[in-house]
Design a protein around this ligand. Structure first.
Ligand code: 0A1
Ligand code: ZN
Length: 881
């Protein structure tokens, strides 16, 4: 915790490390109150630097001894300045020995070495290793690690670290030891250790080259019935990376460890991935379909990092998207391939688009907007963002769209050929893609350097006599902090022309046939394309498969959208047409509520919804996506002055109207989409449950539909899986059903032993419009609430502040007051969790004046705190700037 003004770090200031580390030997005497860490490094001057000063980082650790080449350094031989320890005039080759002490049980920030439910766990990305020992803790210093762990045997029977177990044995006094060796040089952020009484599910797995690897999933004893899906996902990930990218597991042993106290989703430490329990533990009784999907994606993500992140890592933290954008893209492709069908893939893609619009576009338009490769930061932990991850993945996807799947693979192959074992930059990846395909991708660099969501405007002119279409695309990008003017991006825009019969018109551009979908490359501020042989006025289908992370503007008429909604051969654009129809109406209704006018929904829209709902040729999963309305966040992003209550009422009105007017069809959908028999998290069953549960929620939204409430009540009672159970409970709560309170109590009684389900119990209540700030405060007094546990804090506090728009934004400002208190309280314990909560206020300037004033006051209150972490300080000061 610092009180001085935090320092901004700039990408342009990068300098090479003064010393390189070849080997690191770490010795741990593990004790929750006082752990002794002995660190012996062999180092040598870096010829690329020319400096003679060794620079080491350390934080919240006590230095006991420091020796250079066997000689103990005196106080005058080194300097400690904040977190930096400098040894000037060091010899060319150095054996540096350091002894430090830390207190894992006092580590509530969960960065470095900490205790979780009695077990020792580490988290070193981004800069946690310096909380374990003094070290050149930066990703471009890669070393080989040998780790000796010593601990009390009875409490910590299992001692794990990266790589291979080379020795273990007994020690006097009831202690024991284990020695681990990682054969691959790695940056310090990939170091990990676990000392625990966990147990594992394990399996030997045959790799493509004939070797066998030992796979383990480590959990608390009571959770061994929830490890199957993670293990299956791991095996599928290994196979997929072999087949799709020719990348093999390079270790004999691969471990996943689950912990209930974790700041993020999971961590890709070499050979020893550490996971939030949320992304490991599942069985049908306690986990929803969404949880199963999350596990597959995150297990894949961490595994894929072994190549994209670990074998080739980042030169500095500004390059974070080099590994994160690429690895998210890889996990998205993996999930798509696991579904297997085109329609399933499209449903996945739609989910990705929703996330971008719901979270990334707002980030890119707010005070924390930053390029995929940021130019500066105060606290790197604040830059594990949807922009670096999800927009970064879109940037990688655009290479594949531009170069084709094979071209992309060639680029990947060249990237590994050139950079295996290195710490590199985003530019190196771009160069590999360009060189492998003989393409000039210089302009593409702007996707890395310019923040903001580009706008692409399309205009179409049809010449009936010449049978030609002229399509003009123009682009612009709004200003973002520090970037008032933008240069044109290189944007792949996939387009089709849909004929009156609903079929694609084959595309011919400049005399060249281009199939049914052409990828146009927009590189200038404005460009036109001429399509010939177009027999009739078509409806343009633009940005198919969401080919670029942009806002596409075109003046569609309702009938054009209805046509696309019924016929577009591109499922993503088919869905998109429905979203546009819905958004238009939601915006109009929101304005009506604010103006006090009566709300009305036209038949055209309701009929369109009826048509998708009853179209049995469409997958249930797709129908569910098509019927799902844009979220309150997305509507807020499209309104000039945000009135959260108006938005909520407008959206509820549409949901209730659908529930009333499509009652018969919704009831039929519930009947037709039951999934009897044993629960399975396959795409088809997941789609059915999703459609059925959406139908149930619409019916329950229709006020005074007692039958719907009964139906929800029955489903709650009878459900044999968490997906249906939680959906039914949610429907009861949101409908303010009389039975909701009893159901909540029953739910708690049944699942109080399952931490992840208790999180759901808190989150369901926190997000309900019937839960006001007083009720949240009361829930914080519940014996199961614990603000120190990130999952629990998020499930109640963050869910309320970020997902309960009606109650969070009550006009008296009490929601914001609550937010300020919680940010301050959390910051003293865990800055990373506090800082994420702090971002609930990002868009405060867009709210109605009364709300804005209260929000500003709350922001200033936090800002006025003397003691604030850099994490929170950065977010708050950027919001107020
Ligand atoms: N690299 C991990 C995410 C991660 C990032 C930071 C952490 O602590 C500050 C922990 C995990 C991933 O992408 O999965
Ligand atoms: Zn990652």
């Amino acid at each position: 915790m610092r009180t001085d003004t935090p320092l901004t770090i700039y990408r342009k200031d990068y300098t090479a490390p003064s010393y390189l580390v070849d080997t690191v030997e770490l010795g741990f005497d593990l004790d929750p109150a006082r752990t002794i860490v002995a660190n012996r490094m062999t180092m040598r001057r870096n010829p690329a630097s020319g400096q003679r000063e060794i620079e080491l980082y350390g934080e919240e650790i006590d230095l006991v001894a420091l020796r250079v080449n066997g000689k103990t350094l005196g106080k005058r031989d080194y300097r400690i300045d904040g977190n930096l320890l400098r040894i000037p005039n060091a010899p060319e080759d150095v054996v540096l020995e350091i002894e430090t002490i830390c207190a894992p049980e006092k580590n509530t920030a969960l960065s470095g070495l900490y205790v979780s439910n009695g077990n020792f766990i580490t988290q070193c990305e981004a800069e946690g290793f310096r909380r374990i020992t003094y070290f050149p803790d930066r990703p471009d210093v890669m070393a080989k690690y040998t780790v000796m762990l010593r601990a009390e045997k009875q409490r910590y029977p299992v001692l794990l670290s990266n790589g291979n177990l080379v020795e273990e044995g007994e020690l006097p006094g009831g202690r024991h030891y284990a020695k681990w060796e990682d054969p691959f040089p790695k940056p310090s952020y990939l170091f990990a250790l676990v000392a625990s009484n966990l147990v594992c599910q394990e399996e030997k797995f045959k790799l493509a080259d004939g070797r066998t690897a030992l796979l383990q999933v480590w959990v608390e004893e009571g959770n061994l019935d929830k490890t199957d899906y993670a293990m299956q996902s791991l095996k599928r990930s290994i196979r997929w990376d072999e087949e799709r990218f020719g990348l093999e597991l390079d270790l004999d042993r691969f471990m996943i460890v689950a912990t209930g106290d974790f700041n993020m989703g999971a961590m890709e430490n070499k050979g020893l991935n550490i996971f939030n329990t949320k992304y490991v533990l599942a069985n049908p009784r306690v986990a929803t379909d969404l949880d199963f999907q999350g596990i597959e994606a995150v297990v894949g993500h961490e595994y894929f990092h072994n190549w994209t992140g670990n074998r080739v890592t980042c030169r500095d933290w500004f390059q974070l998207s080099l590994k994160e954008g690429l690895t998210v893209f890889r996990d998205q492709e993996f999930s798509g391939d696991m579904v297997g069908t085109d329609s399933g893939r499209a449903v996945n893609r739609i989910d990705q688009v929703r996330t971008l619009r719901q979270v990334q576009f707002p980030e890119d338009a707010g005070p924390m907007a930053h390029p995929v490769r940021p130019d500066s930061f105060v606290e790197i932990n604040n830059f594990y963002t949807v922009t670096v991850y999800e927009k970064g993945a879109e940037v990688v996807r655009m290479y594949q769209t531009l170069l084709g799947r094979e071209g992309f693979r060639k680029g990947m192959d060249l990237y590994f050929e050139r950079h295996d074992g290195q710490a590199v930059e985003c530019d190196d990846f771009r160069r590999a893609m360009a060189d492998a395909n003989g393409r000039d991708l210089a302009q593409f660099e702007r996707w890395y350097s310019q923040a903001g969501t580009p706008r692409v405007r399309a205009a179409m002119r049809y010449d009936a006599a010449a049978k030609t279409v002229e399509l003009t695309l123009s682009q612009s990008c709004p200003p973002t902090p520090g970037q008032p003017d933008k240069l044109p991006f290189h944007i792949p825009v996939a387009v089709g022309l849909v004929g009156r019969d609903g079929r694609d018109i084959p595309l011919v551009i400049d005399g060249e046939p281009r199939g049914n979908t052409a990828v146009l490359e927009l590189t200038a501020a404005e460009q036109s394309w001429r399509f010939t042989n177009v027999p009739e006025l078509p409806v343009p289908s633009l940005l198919r498969d969401f080919s670029a992370p942009v806002v596409l503007e075109y003046d569609y008429r309702d009938e054009d959208l209805l046509h696309l909604f019924s016929h577009d051969s591109d499922p993503v654009n088919r869905w998109e047409a429905g979203q546009r129809l819905a958004m238009e109406r939601l915006l109009k209704l929101t304005a009506d509520v604010t103006a006090g006018s009566r709300m009305q929904l036209d038949d055209t829209f309701v009929d369109a919804m009826r048509k998708v709902l009853t179209d049995d040729a469409l997958d249930p999963a797709f129908r569910e996506q098509a019927l799902l309305l844009p979220t309150e966040n997305m509507i807020a992003e499209q309104t000039e002055v945000v009135h959260p209550l108006s938005i909520h009422m407008a959206r509820q009105f549409v949901r209730a109207t659908i529930g009333t007017r499509l009652r018969k069809e919704l009831m039929a959908a519930i009947d037709a989409n039951q999934t009897p028999g044993e629960y399975s998290p396959d795409a088809e069953a997941i789609g059915k449950r999703a459609l059925k549960n959406l139908a149930l929620s619409y019916l329950a939204a229709a006020t005074d539909d007692n039958e719907a409430i009964d139906l929800a009540g029955q489903q709650f009672e009878q459900a044999d899986n968490m997906t249906d159970k939680a959906a039914a409970l949610g429907a009861l709560i949101h409908a303010r059903a009389q039975s909701a309170a009893g159901a909540l109590q029953d739910f708690y009684d049944e699942f109080q032993g399952e931490a992840l389900v208790v999180d759901k119990w808190f989150a369901l209540q926190a997000s309900a419009p019937s839960t006001d700030v007083g009720a949240v405060r009361a829930l914080m007094q519940h014996p199961a609430f614990n603000i120190r546990n990130p999952n629990r804090a998020r499930s109640l506090v963050a869910t309320f502040c970020m997902a309960n728009h009606v109650q969070f934004h009550v006009p008296d400002g009490s929601g914001y007051q609550f937010w300020a208190e919680q940010v301050i309280a959390l910051d003293a314990l865990n800055p990373q969790v506090a800082s994420r909560l702090a971002r609930a206020m990002d868009r405060w300037r867009r709210y109605a004046p009364v709300l804005q004033a209260h929000m500003k006051k709350a922001l200033q209150q936090v800002n006025g705190q003397k003691k604030l972490s850099n994490d929170v300080r950065e977010v708050i000061s950027k919001a107020l700037a």
